[in-house]
Ligand binder design. Structure first.
Ligand SMILES: Nc1ncnc2c1ncn2[C@@H]1O[C@H](COP(=O)(O)OP(=O)(O)OP(=O)(O)O)[C@@H](O)[C@H]1O
Ligand SMILES: O=P(O)(O)OC[C@H]1O[C@H](OP(=O)(O)OP(=O)(O)O)[C@H](O)[C@@H]1O
Length: 570
């Protein structure tokens, strides 16, 4: 027997357990002092109940019990409290204020990403009160709790979902376009958002990666432009003024007055220094109804915690009541505490630079953007090149998203294909317009009829590829059942030697396909190189926004040209 803990789960030894106890006690005392009563929820929840809440944070562990009920280990506590308040406590007049310290469980996050699958959430929910005073109470308590936990000089990203919702509602856009915009906001994909919003400009070509671009319908150009612009508005009080100037002429002020009043209260409480008004923070759009916030520490790669107003969630379980709350991860707060104190020390900006075919143009872009790239083109066997103010981390392109998502690099460059394949949680900032290539489905010339007949008989097709995730999504969109054969290279061999019916691979000049007598039967996507960043680094390090702006200004001059044959050029 190998006496190990399951992947993503761990023991907490005494020294750390004591430190956790000190923090959780102090935080619980703070919450209690503010009138929040303790509450505990079950470890397991009926899956339908979790789904009904409209928000599924990551993928929960699921199993059937002996009653054939599909159960989920709680991925989040808020939904459980919403269920409890809307059912068993429905007759309590309120306001109801609850606090908790509980473990949450998430299955999928561990996939090759060394992510914890069990985390400790410390949080509160406040059911009943609404308006700026209630919102400011929650946000201020979040800041106070994180400060008490020792999280140091974290940044609080603050926004409200009302303006975006109003812009979408009044835009006249088609439902698929609106859904694609929300996906782009949720995925922090500014490149996709810009593409979608360019649809509002007369004569603009709409394009997207992967999926066919949705028809925008009758979206008014001014609304499309405002929806794209909103995601890039960030700052202090001036950011609220900018949103007002953008949304007022379109009649989409929505809850901005309340948001401003909340901000002013927080500023009066001395919290302005911490707050970054940032309208790209909007997340879980179906769930949050007003203010949303998230905390970021400079040296911690993922948010410390988050919260917001969810006035329609209790209604999924019983009588509706307004509510707001937050939770922070104890483990993340402790990670931030471990690096607190070093914030004042100027850190080099860490950029993941792809080796291989994207390397030369990536270096040229960085140089064009004014960075010192000395030694980067010929690093020898060195994997990190340190120049004044910047560390270049030399990675395989397909690894770049992982380095950035896990906070080992602040930002990076790789192909859109690598971002799609890895599916990492990063903010996609700029299409650099080089490294253009197409992903296609190909087969040996003259084999279509035989492949189709085999598919009719077997009900599945064998496809070889270096890109299993892109391949799986493509065939799922087409409704074709596939068995994927994962290869590391020379994928074109597979149909030639009978290993697979078809391949999904990159083509650029078409030489490799032609020389091996393969024919293209479908387009999958078109890709170009992207500049992207870790979401926490982006909100705690202004150099990234500056670099993104310069790279975006340089990008149109690059060698980007429509990619022959691609139906959806990226
Ligand atoms: N003709 C092409 N063939 C392969 N990749 C291309 C081509 N044109 C552009 N690219 C881009 O370059 C990236 C791959 O670069 P390269 O071939 O150097 O790395 P790789 O060794 O295939 O990748 P990895 O080592 O990360 O698996 C692709 O992800 C794509 O974005
Ligand atoms: O259309 P072309 O210009 O011929 O380019 C396409 C080839 O380039 C890539 O291979 P790569 O050289 O990266 O090697 P790999 O087969 O090991 O992935 C791709 O996988 C194709 O094989």
């Amino acid at each position: 027997m190998n006496a190990v803990t399951p992947s993503g789960f761990r023991d907490v030894l005494a020294e750390e357990a004591r430190a956790r106890e000190v923090i959780t006690r102090a935080v619980a005392d703070l919450f209690a002092e503010r009138g929040y009563a303790p509450i505990e929820t079950p470890t397991l929840e009926v899956m339908d109940v979790v789904r009904a809440g409209g928000r599924m944070p990551a993928s929960p562990f699921k199993f059937f019990d002996s009653h054939d009920d599909l159960l989920a280990m709680r991925p989040d506590v808020t939904l459980q409290i919403a269920r409890m308040c809307a059912t068993r406590l429905a007759d309590e007049p309120g306001p109801l204020r609850f606090r908790y310290t509980q473990r949450v469980f998430r299955e999928a996050e561990a996939d090759n990403q060394a992510q914890a699958r069990e985390l400790t959430q410390c949080g509160v929910e406040c059911i009943g009160p609404t308006g700026p005073a209630a919102d400011a109470e929650i946000v201020a308590l979040f800041v106070e709790a994180l400060t008490l936990a020792g999280a140091g000089t974290f940044v609080l990203g603050l926004a409200t979902v009302g303006v975006l919702r109003a812009l979408l509602e009044r835009s006249g856009a088609s439902e698929p376009w609106k859904a694609a915009v929300l996906d782009a906001y949720h995925d922090s994909d500014f490149v996709a958002l810009d593409r979608l919003c360019a649809a509002g400009a007369p004569g603009a070509v709409l394009a997207a990666d992967g999926d066919a671009a949705p028809d925008p319908g009758c979206v008014a150009p001014a609304y499309a432009a405002a929806i794209g612009r909103l995601a890039r508005i960030r700052g202090a009080h001036d950011a609220i003024d900018e949103v007002r100037a953008l949304a007022a002429p379109l009649g989409c002020i929505a809850d901005l007055d309340d948001f401003q009043a909340t901000y002013d209260r927080l500023a009066d409480a001395g919290l302005a220094e911490r707050i970054l008004v940032d309208f790209s923070v909007v997340s879980s759009f179906n769930y949050y109804t007003g203010i949303v916030f998230e905390a970021y520490a400079p040296a911690v790669g993922s948010p410390l915690g988050s919260g917001g107003r969810y006035d329609r969630t209790l209604g999924a379980y019983g009588p509706d009541r307004p509510a707001a709350g937050f939770a922070f991860y104890l483990e993340q707060a402790m990670a931030a505490a471990a690096t607190a104190g070093a914030e004042g020390v100027a850190r080099p900006l860490r950029i993941a630079v792809p080796k291989g075919s994207l390397n030369g143009e990536a270096i040229a872009c960085l140089e064009e953007a004014g960075l010192d790239v000395t030694g980067l083109a010929s690093p020898g066997r060195s994997l990190v090149i340190s120049n004044p103010g910047v560390d270049y981390i030399i990675v395989r392109p397909s690894d770049a998203p992982v380095f950035v998502a896990l906070g080992a690099a602040d930002c990076g460059i790789c192909g859109k294909d690598s971002l799609l394949e890895v599916g990492a949680d990063v903010v996609e900032l700029v299409d650099l317009r080089f490294g253009g290539c197409r992903f296609v489905v190909a087969e040996a010339a003259g084999t279509t009829a035989a492949i189709e007949e085999r598919y009719r008989k077997l009900g599945a097709m064998r496809v070889a590829t270096k890109y299993p995730s892109i391949t799986r999504s493509h065939f799922a969109r087409r409704g074709t059942q596939v068995e994927i054969v994962y290869l590391h290279g020379n994928v074109e061999l597979a149909p030639m030697v009978g290993l697979a019916d078809r391949i999904v691979d990159i083509t650029a000049t078409g030489t490799t396909l032609a020389e091996n007598n393969l024919e293209i039967v479908d387009e999958v996507l078109a890709s170009t190189a992207r500049f992207f960043a870790n979401g926490c680094a982006l909100r705690t390090d202004d150099r990234i926004v500056g670099l993104a702006r310069t790279l975006a200004a340089c990008a149109p001059a690059h060698t980007y040209a429509p990619i022959a044959g691609a139906s959806n050029p990226a």
